[in-house]
Design a protein around this ligand. Structure first.
Ligand SMILES: NC(=O)C1=CN([C@@H]2O[C@H](COP(=O)(O)OP(=O)(O)OC[C@H]3O[C@@H](n4cnc5c(N)ncnc54)[C@H](OP(=O)(O)O)[C@@H]3O)[C@@H](O)[C@H]2O)C=CC1
Ligand SMILES: O=C(O)C1=N[C@H](C(=O)O)C[C@H](O)C1
Length: 253
């Protein structure tokens, strides 16, 4: 039985995971942490992270980048493996994630779904052929009106995956509204759409002379992220310090 602390337990993803774990005989949420105790969880909820000293095997985080610094320090101090799913982290926070992973197991992934993590690999192969042949690459992401960060962490991760396969020759363009020049060969354009209740859509467009190839992933429910996060917590329990990602979880299955 894997014992989990749910950070951001009152939020949309915190509630999805609470529901999934209730039906899972191999996992249990032993405590939640959030800014308030709204009385909607069956486990104890702490509003002061430091006061939560409940024994656990892993912590799952879906909260806010504002909480990330304190959360990393808390998990490092407690030697508590952390599944970090919050997006919108700053460069400084990304460096802190690397530092923390020297002392405790950290699995950071902007998208916990099997589909997106498979797409990342497919895109590397596609880019090696198509970008090398001069195709332009653009990413368009669409999310619900409540999403705070843009572009999505997933859009950035997809771009990074492509860029890594292309020896990091590309730079990212987020806004063309002030530009009066043609697109350059080494850019990946990233555009964000926000509206309604769209769970999450990512399109990667390879546009070449007289032909276009599009890869598209659509999440139809937040459960795809929740399932991945619970699997990640089970995988991470008992792991030594280090940086992990969803490809480690998928290949261990
Ligand atoms: N990696 C992945 O697969 C996915 C990542 N995400 C990311 O996860 C994050 C959360 O998403 P979602 O659940 O939809 O967002 P919500 O806003 O619904 O939930 C976030 C929760 O965290 C709480 N919170 C805010 N600040 C703190 C803090 N300092 N300490 C503790 N809790 C805090 C919020 O409280 P309050 O409402 O009072 O502010 C809220 O209860 C986002 O960054 C999102 O992009 C989302 C889906 C999938
Ligand atoms: O905020 C969300 O909802 C999501 N955020 C993640 C991101 O920023 O990529 C993952 C998913 O697309 C949903």
């Amino acid at each position: 039985m894997v014992k989990i602390i749910m950070h951001g337990c009152n939020g949309h993803m915190g509630q999805v995971i609470s529901g999934l774990v209730e039906k899972d005989p191999d996992a249990e949420i032993v405590a939640g942490i959030d800014v308030a105790d709204q009385g909607k969880n069956s486990y104890p909820v702490y509003t002061n992270m430091e006061e939560c000293q409940v024994e656990a095997d892993a912590l799952i985080d879906f909260s806010s980048a504002k909480a990330t610094d304190a959360l990393l320090a808390y998990c490092e101090k407690r030697k508590l493996p952390i599944v970090l799913c919050t997006t919108g982290l700053s460069e400084e926070q990304l460096a802190k994630v690397e530092e923390t992973s020297k002392n405790v197991a950290v699995l950071k992934s902007a998208n916990m779904s099997l589909g997106i993590n498979t797409l990342m690999k497919l895109l590397q192969d596609a880019a090696k052929v198509l970008a090398t042949a001069g195709f332009d690459m653009e990413i368009v992401e669409k999310h619900h009106r409540l999403k705070l960060d843009a572009p999505s962490g997933t859009a950035l991760a997809l771009a990074d995956s492509i860029n890594e396969a292309m020896d990091n020759q590309y730079h990212y363009i987020y806004d063309r509204s002030q530009r009066r020049e043609m697109r350059d060969d080494k850019e990946i354009g990233i555009s964000a759409v926000r509206g309604g209740t769209i769970v999450g859509e990512h399109e990667v467009i390879f546009a070449g002379p007289d032909e276009v190839i599009e890869f598209k992933h659509t999440a139809y429910s937040k459960a795809v992220f929740g399932k991945g996060a619970v699997e990640a917590a089970k995988f991470l329990a008992g792991k030594p310090a280090g940086r992990y990602d969803m490809s480690d979880v998928i290949s261990a299955k």
